[in-house]
Design a protein. Sequence first.
Length: 429
Amino acid sequence: MKKIRNHSAGIDIGAKRVFTSVEGEQVVSHLTFTEDFYKLRDYLLEHKVETVAMEATGVYWIILYEILEEAGIDVWLVDGRQTKQVPGRKTDVKDCQWICELHSYGLLNRCLVVDSDIKELRSYVRLREGHIDSASKHINQMQKALVVMNIRLKEVLSQIHGVSGMAIIEAILNGERDRNKLVSLCHSKVLKNKKDLVYKALEGKYTEAGLFALQQAYDGYYFYQNQISECDKKISEVVNRIGNSGSGQEKRKRKPIRHNKPNVEKLDGNLLNIFDNNDATQISGITDYTWLQLTSEIGTDLTKWPSEKHFTSWLGLSPGQNNSGKKNRNARKKGKPRAGQIFKVIAQSLINSKNIAIGAFGRRLRGRKGPAIAIKAMARKLAVIYWRMMIKGIDYVEHGVKMYEQQIAANKLKVFMRLANELKVEIPV
């Protein structure tokens, strides 16, 4: 093989030390303090290093990556699975030498590193998702505390953290025990349809321990709601900065966001500005919130993937190759990219839809291959449509189940006619 990079280096990053290998030089190590990162930068510049490869190890690489990039060095962040050593030769010194050698021969692929604005947005969105998960745990704790006192609200209300449920819980924590007064706090729809059931559900045996657990869970839930609100403010700042304050807001009615709706100013208009009015919410299952999540993970420039196949492979939604002799099997890929998981969540919400073609496709595949493969195949279709829309500006229109079924019938007829011609069977028209 021929070397394609002469002034290259390899870096192995750890929690305490960073090992660096420059071609023709002995391996050096530095501590992971910021001062030592600057010393490492000066060392690379002194030896006229033009390009560096380093493993994406946890979050240790982030600051060093930015310092080296600001110094004008071409930094390659690579997947650790590409730099595996020969068994029995695993040391930090040999790792950085091996990374340097692979990089000099052009055998490493670059990981996606988004620009600073998207990186900031991703941090806030991921924090928000973490707070939502934490808040859901406190919802479960509120349910448990109520059941311990045999107050069966969760059996009669779809969500105890809805308007009616939280009003009743607040009143109970404030000392109210009259069931008639507690029922009167419910929403008018609940009073119309479930008034008697709610009244029966509120007869329980209040205990000191149960009320204390309920209070703790209630306080924890609202603590995380406040944290989510703070994240929404930061997300709003970044989105307005990237999207020029949503001046190109479209008048078309937006899809409703049913759960965990972010309080972000002009979210739809900003997203449309960012993507030159290519509206991803035309794709089935994608709302402005899921579009925001995808943007924070993928970024705004989808030209980094030359084709839709590259894009779906990066998302972990395409099958890998594992061929040996006559065996031809799909390789199970390690790791689950967050963006790919978002597409899977969207697909899961569509698989039982009655009027959407992708849902019909998923149900047909689920009957033959099972739900996991069906959802992955649906997610891949959605990802392909998303890439095409953002790259080529193709307007997506949901043709519906009827057109999909007509297409399946036409394909079956085509196969049937071909078999009839092969068997020389005349079919009356």
